[in-house]
Design a protein around this ligand. Structure first.
Ligand code: ASP
Length: 309
Protein backbone atom coordinates (compact mmCIF):
# COMPACT_ATOMS: atom_id res chain seq x y z
CA UNK A 1 0.00 0.00 0.00
CA UNK A 2 1.10 3.52 -0.67
CA UNK A 3 1.66 5.11 2.69
CA UNK A 4 0.92 8.68 3.64
CA UNK A 5 4.61 9.36 3.39
CA UNK A 6 4.82 8.89 -0.34
CA UNK A 7 1.57 10.80 -0.92
CA UNK A 8 3.03 13.73 0.95
CA UNK A 9 6.17 13.62 -1.07
CA UNK A 10 4.13 13.46 -4.30
CA UNK A 11 2.29 16.56 -3.14
CA UNK A 12 5.55 18.21 -2.34
CA UNK A 13 6.84 17.32 -5.77
CA UNK A 14 3.90 18.89 -7.59
CA UNK A 15 4.10 21.93 -5.35
CA UNK A 16 7.75 22.20 -6.23
CA UNK A 17 6.96 21.89 -9.94
CA UNK A 18 4.33 24.61 -9.87
CA UNK A 19 6.66 26.88 -7.93
CA UNK A 20 9.32 26.20 -10.51
CA UNK A 21 6.93 27.00 -13.35
CA UNK A 22 6.21 30.36 -11.74
CA UNK A 23 9.84 31.43 -11.89
CA UNK A 24 10.06 34.47 -14.08
CA UNK A 25 12.97 33.71 -16.37
CA UNK A 26 14.91 34.65 -18.29
CA UNK A 27 15.22 38.26 -17.21
CA UNK A 28 17.67 41.13 -17.02
CA UNK A 29 17.72 44.12 -14.67
CA UNK A 30 20.17 47.01 -14.76
CA UNK A 31 20.74 50.26 -12.91
CA UNK A 32 19.41 53.45 -14.53
CA UNK A 33 17.80 53.65 -17.95
CA UNK A 34 20.37 51.39 -19.59
CA UNK A 35 17.81 50.23 -22.16
CA UNK A 36 20.15 49.23 -24.94
CA UNK A 37 22.30 47.30 -22.48
CA UNK A 38 19.41 45.18 -21.16
CA UNK A 39 18.16 44.60 -24.70
CA UNK A 40 21.59 43.38 -25.72
CA UNK A 41 21.71 41.07 -22.70
CA UNK A 42 18.20 39.87 -23.50
CA UNK A 43 19.25 38.85 -27.02
CA UNK A 44 21.70 36.43 -25.41
CA UNK A 45 19.18 35.04 -22.91
CA UNK A 46 16.19 34.62 -25.18
CA UNK A 47 18.10 32.19 -27.35
CA UNK A 48 19.02 30.13 -24.28
CA UNK A 49 22.38 31.79 -23.62
CA UNK A 50 24.23 31.91 -20.32
CA UNK A 51 23.56 34.77 -17.88
CA UNK A 52 27.30 35.44 -17.69
CA UNK A 53 27.51 36.10 -21.44
CA UNK A 54 24.39 38.23 -21.25
CA UNK A 55 25.58 40.56 -18.49
CA UNK A 56 29.00 40.96 -20.09
CA UNK A 57 27.42 41.83 -23.46
CA UNK A 58 25.08 44.28 -21.74
CA UNK A 59 27.83 46.00 -19.76
CA UNK A 60 29.89 46.51 -22.92
CA UNK A 61 27.21 48.80 -24.36
CA UNK A 62 27.73 51.84 -22.09
CA UNK A 63 31.46 51.05 -21.98
CA UNK A 64 31.81 51.90 -25.67
CA UNK A 65 29.23 54.71 -25.71
CA UNK A 66 31.02 58.11 -25.79
CA UNK A 67 27.83 59.86 -24.62
CA UNK A 68 27.79 57.90 -21.38
CA UNK A 69 29.96 59.95 -19.04
CA UNK A 70 30.01 57.47 -16.13
CA UNK A 71 31.37 54.37 -17.88
CA UNK A 72 34.26 53.42 -20.18
CA UNK A 73 34.92 55.49 -23.30
CA UNK A 74 33.66 59.04 -22.71
CA UNK A 75 33.69 58.58 -18.93
CA UNK A 76 34.65 61.72 -17.00
CA UNK A 77 38.32 61.67 -15.98
CA UNK A 78 39.92 62.08 -12.58
CA UNK A 79 41.00 65.56 -11.51
CA UNK A 80 44.36 65.11 -13.25
CA UNK A 81 42.69 64.31 -16.57
CA UNK A 82 42.99 60.52 -16.65
CA UNK A 83 40.06 58.21 -17.33
CA UNK A 84 40.42 55.31 -14.87
CA UNK A 85 38.02 52.41 -14.93
CA UNK A 86 36.71 49.86 -12.42
CA UNK A 87 34.68 46.72 -13.17
CA UNK A 88 33.79 43.32 -11.80
CA UNK A 89 31.86 40.23 -12.80
CA UNK A 90 30.52 37.12 -11.05
CA UNK A 91 29.19 33.91 -12.52
CA UNK A 92 26.75 31.23 -11.36
CA UNK A 93 29.55 29.13 -9.90
CA UNK A 94 30.60 31.83 -7.46
CA UNK A 95 33.65 32.78 -9.51
CA UNK A 96 34.63 36.44 -9.50
CA UNK A 97 36.95 38.72 -11.44
CA UNK A 98 37.72 42.40 -11.13
CA UNK A 99 39.91 45.20 -12.45
CA UNK A 100 40.55 48.46 -10.62
CA UNK A 101 42.23 51.67 -11.76
CA UNK A 102 42.51 50.38 -15.33
CA UNK A 103 43.46 52.92 -18.00
CA UNK A 104 43.16 53.06 -21.80
CA UNK A 105 41.16 49.85 -22.23
CA UNK A 106 37.62 50.31 -23.47
CA UNK A 107 36.07 47.14 -22.04
CA UNK A 108 37.12 46.64 -18.42
CA UNK A 109 34.23 44.20 -17.89
CA UNK A 110 35.76 41.81 -20.43
CA UNK A 111 39.18 42.17 -18.79
CA UNK A 112 37.52 41.38 -15.43
CA UNK A 113 36.05 38.24 -16.99
CA UNK A 114 39.51 37.20 -18.21
CA UNK A 115 40.90 37.77 -14.71
CA UNK A 116 38.17 35.44 -13.45
CA UNK A 117 38.65 32.78 -16.11
CA UNK A 118 42.34 32.91 -16.96
CA UNK A 119 44.12 33.70 -13.71
CA UNK A 120 44.06 32.25 -10.19
CA UNK A 121 43.26 35.76 -8.87
CA UNK A 122 40.20 37.91 -8.30
CA UNK A 123 41.52 41.48 -8.65
CA UNK A 124 44.15 43.05 -10.89
CA UNK A 125 44.98 46.74 -10.48
CA UNK A 126 46.39 49.61 -12.52
CA UNK A 127 49.49 48.94 -14.59
CA UNK A 128 49.28 45.20 -13.91
CA UNK A 129 45.68 45.04 -15.07
CA UNK A 130 46.66 47.01 -18.17
CA UNK A 131 49.58 44.71 -18.92
CA UNK A 132 47.33 41.66 -18.54
CA UNK A 133 44.71 43.22 -20.85
CA UNK A 134 47.33 43.83 -23.56
CA UNK A 135 48.62 40.26 -23.17
CA UNK A 136 45.04 39.08 -23.63
CA UNK A 137 44.75 40.96 -26.93
CA UNK A 138 42.86 44.07 -25.81
CA UNK A 139 43.77 47.28 -27.68
CA UNK A 140 45.17 50.38 -26.00
CA UNK A 141 42.94 53.37 -26.78
CA UNK A 142 42.47 56.96 -25.76
CA UNK A 143 39.23 57.05 -23.76
CA UNK A 144 39.14 60.78 -23.01
CA UNK A 145 36.59 62.44 -25.32
CA UNK A 146 36.45 66.12 -26.15
CA UNK A 147 33.22 66.40 -24.19
CA UNK A 148 34.83 64.90 -21.08
CA UNK A 149 37.90 67.15 -21.44
CA UNK A 150 35.62 70.20 -21.66
CA UNK A 151 33.74 69.11 -18.54
CA UNK A 152 37.07 68.79 -16.71
CA UNK A 153 38.16 72.25 -17.92
CA UNK A 154 34.91 73.72 -16.64
CA UNK A 155 35.34 71.99 -13.27
CA UNK A 156 38.94 73.26 -13.03
CA UNK A 157 37.79 76.89 -13.03
CA UNK A 158 36.63 76.39 -9.45
CA UNK A 159 38.52 73.18 -8.77
CA UNK A 160 36.82 72.71 -5.45
CA UNK A 161 37.63 69.20 -4.37
CA UNK A 162 34.13 68.02 -3.71
CA UNK A 163 33.66 65.03 -5.95
CA UNK A 164 29.97 64.87 -5.21
CA UNK A 165 28.06 62.01 -6.68
CA UNK A 166 25.36 63.35 -8.90
CA UNK A 167 22.05 63.02 -7.27
CA UNK A 168 20.23 63.11 -10.59
CA UNK A 169 20.38 60.26 -13.06
CA UNK A 170 23.55 58.92 -14.55
CA UNK A 171 24.50 55.68 -16.15
CA UNK A 172 27.03 53.64 -14.22
CA UNK A 173 25.86 50.15 -14.89
CA UNK A 174 25.25 47.22 -12.61
CA UNK A 175 23.48 44.48 -14.54
CA UNK A 176 22.02 41.18 -13.30
CA UNK A 177 20.79 38.27 -15.41
CA UNK A 178 18.74 35.14 -14.73
CA UNK A 179 18.95 32.70 -17.61
CA UNK A 180 16.65 29.94 -18.85
CA UNK A 181 18.57 27.43 -16.74
CA UNK A 182 17.71 29.49 -13.67
CA UNK A 183 21.34 30.55 -13.25
CA UNK A 184 22.38 34.03 -12.11
CA UNK A 185 25.32 36.24 -13.04
CA UNK A 186 26.15 39.92 -12.64
CA UNK A 187 28.45 42.64 -13.93
CA UNK A 188 29.27 46.16 -12.83
CA UNK A 189 31.39 48.75 -14.65
CA UNK A 190 32.16 52.44 -14.16
CA UNK A 191 34.56 55.33 -14.65
CA UNK A 192 33.77 56.21 -11.05
CA UNK A 193 33.25 59.62 -9.54
CA UNK A 194 33.83 62.50 -11.93
CA UNK A 195 37.06 64.41 -11.12
CA UNK A 196 38.00 62.01 -8.33
CA UNK A 197 41.50 61.91 -6.81
CA UNK A 198 43.95 59.98 -8.93
CA UNK A 199 44.01 56.40 -7.66
CA UNK A 200 40.54 56.50 -6.11
CA UNK A 201 38.64 53.24 -6.47
CA UNK A 202 34.92 53.00 -5.82
CA UNK A 203 32.54 50.19 -4.93
CA UNK A 204 31.87 49.00 -8.45
CA UNK A 205 34.82 46.56 -8.76
CA UNK A 206 34.64 45.43 -5.11
CA UNK A 207 32.99 42.05 -4.76
CA UNK A 208 30.25 42.31 -2.12
CA UNK A 209 30.05 46.11 -2.35
CA UNK A 210 29.20 47.01 -5.95
CA UNK A 211 28.08 43.51 -6.90
CA UNK A 212 27.34 40.15 -5.38
CA UNK A 213 25.93 36.96 -6.87
CA UNK A 214 25.06 33.78 -5.00
CA UNK A 215 23.41 31.33 -7.34
CA UNK A 216 21.55 29.65 -4.48
CA UNK A 217 19.91 32.90 -3.39
CA UNK A 218 20.05 35.87 -5.72
CA UNK A 219 22.12 38.78 -6.92
CA UNK A 220 22.44 42.48 -6.17
CA UNK A 221 24.32 45.49 -7.49
CA UNK A 222 24.77 49.15 -6.61
CA UNK A 223 25.27 52.60 -8.06
CA UNK A 224 25.91 55.95 -6.46
CA UNK A 225 28.57 57.10 -4.03
CA UNK A 226 30.99 54.18 -3.87
CA UNK A 227 32.43 55.18 -0.50
CA UNK A 228 29.00 54.75 1.10
CA UNK A 229 28.35 51.41 -0.59
CA UNK A 230 31.75 50.03 0.44
CA UNK A 231 31.24 51.02 4.10
CA UNK A 232 27.95 49.10 4.16
CA UNK A 233 29.08 46.18 1.93
CA UNK A 234 25.83 46.94 0.14
CA UNK A 235 25.33 44.17 -2.41
CA UNK A 236 26.45 41.36 -0.11
CA UNK A 237 24.14 42.60 2.61
CA UNK A 238 21.17 42.46 0.22
CA UNK A 239 21.97 38.89 -0.85
CA UNK A 240 22.33 37.84 2.79
CA UNK A 241 18.96 39.39 3.64
CA UNK A 242 17.38 37.53 0.71
CA UNK A 243 18.98 34.35 2.04
CA UNK A 244 17.01 34.89 5.25
CA UNK A 245 13.84 34.94 3.15
CA UNK A 246 13.41 38.65 2.46
CA UNK A 247 11.88 39.68 -0.85
CA UNK A 248 14.42 41.57 -3.04
CA UNK A 249 12.42 44.79 -2.71
CA UNK A 250 12.48 44.60 1.08
CA UNK A 251 16.16 43.68 1.12
CA UNK A 252 17.05 46.67 -1.09
CA UNK A 253 15.01 48.95 1.14
CA UNK A 254 16.69 47.64 4.30
CA UNK A 255 20.13 48.13 2.73
CA UNK A 256 19.22 51.68 1.66
CA UNK A 257 18.08 52.43 5.22
CA UNK A 258 21.47 51.38 6.56
CA UNK A 259 23.01 54.32 4.66
CA UNK A 260 21.31 56.71 7.07
CA UNK A 261 24.05 56.27 9.66
CA UNK A 262 26.60 57.81 7.28
CA UNK A 263 27.33 61.39 8.31
CA UNK A 264 27.10 62.92 4.83
CA UNK A 265 23.80 61.17 4.09
CA UNK A 266 22.21 64.41 2.88
CA UNK A 267 24.76 64.86 0.13
CA UNK A 268 24.83 61.66 -1.83
CA UNK A 269 22.75 59.14 -3.73
CA UNK A 270 22.92 55.35 -3.69
CA UNK A 271 20.66 53.01 -5.63
CA UNK A 272 20.39 49.25 -5.19
CA UNK A 273 18.80 46.61 -7.41
CA UNK A 274 18.36 42.89 -6.76
CA UNK A 275 16.86 39.70 -8.14
CA UNK A 276 16.24 36.37 -6.43
CA UNK A 277 16.11 32.83 -7.81
CA UNK A 278 12.38 33.14 -8.50
CA UNK A 279 12.93 36.15 -10.71
CA UNK A 280 11.43 38.54 -8.15
CA UNK A 281 12.95 42.00 -8.37
CA UNK A 282 13.82 44.88 -6.11
CA UNK A 283 15.03 48.46 -6.56
CA UNK A 284 15.43 51.07 -3.84
CA UNK A 285 17.44 54.25 -3.38
CA UNK A 286 18.39 56.76 -0.74
CA UNK A 287 16.74 59.64 -2.60
CA UNK A 288 14.27 60.06 -5.48
CA UNK A 289 15.31 59.80 -9.11
CA UNK A 290 16.77 56.31 -9.24
CA UNK A 291 15.42 53.94 -11.85
CA UNK A 292 16.07 50.44 -13.15
CA UNK A 293 15.80 48.97 -16.63
CA UNK A 294 14.11 45.56 -16.73
CA UNK A 295 13.43 43.18 -19.55
CA UNK A 296 11.44 39.95 -19.42
CA UNK A 297 9.21 37.96 -21.75
CA UNK A 298 6.70 40.78 -21.29
CA UNK A 299 9.09 43.31 -22.79
CA UNK A 300 11.04 46.32 -21.56
CA UNK A 301 10.07 48.26 -18.46
CA UNK A 302 11.61 51.24 -16.72
CA UNK A 303 11.03 50.91 -12.97
CA UNK A 304 10.98 54.07 -10.85
CA UNK A 305 12.57 53.07 -7.58
CA UNK A 306 11.18 54.04 -4.21
CA UNK A 307 13.46 55.96 -1.89
CA UNK A 308 14.14 56.53 1.79
CA UNK A 309 13.97 60.35 1.52
N1 ASP B 1 29.48 53.69 -7.76
C1 ASP B 1 30.38 54.40 -8.63
C2 ASP B 1 31.61 54.79 -7.87
O1 ASP B 1 31.51 55.22 -6.74
C3 ASP B 1 29.80 55.62 -9.24
C4 ASP B 1 28.45 55.53 -9.87
O2 ASP B 1 27.65 54.65 -9.58
O3 ASP B 1 28.19 56.40 -10.68
O4 ASP B 1 32.67 54.73 -8.43
Amino acid sequence: AIGMGSLTSLDQLSEWFSAFAKIRKPLVIATWNNKKAVETAWDVLKSGGRALDAVEAGARIPESDPEDTSVGYGGFPDRDGFVTLDACIMDELGNAGSVVFLEKIMHPISVARRVMEKTPHVILAGAGAHQFAIEQGFKEENLLTEKAQKALDAWRIKSEYKPKINVERHDTIGILGLDQNGDLSGACTTSGLAFKMRGRVGDSPIIGAGLYVDNEVGAATATGLGEAVIKKVGSFSIVEMMRQGMHPEKACKAAAKRLLTIKSKDEFQVGYIAVNKKGELGAWALRPGFEAAVITQDGFQLIKANSIF
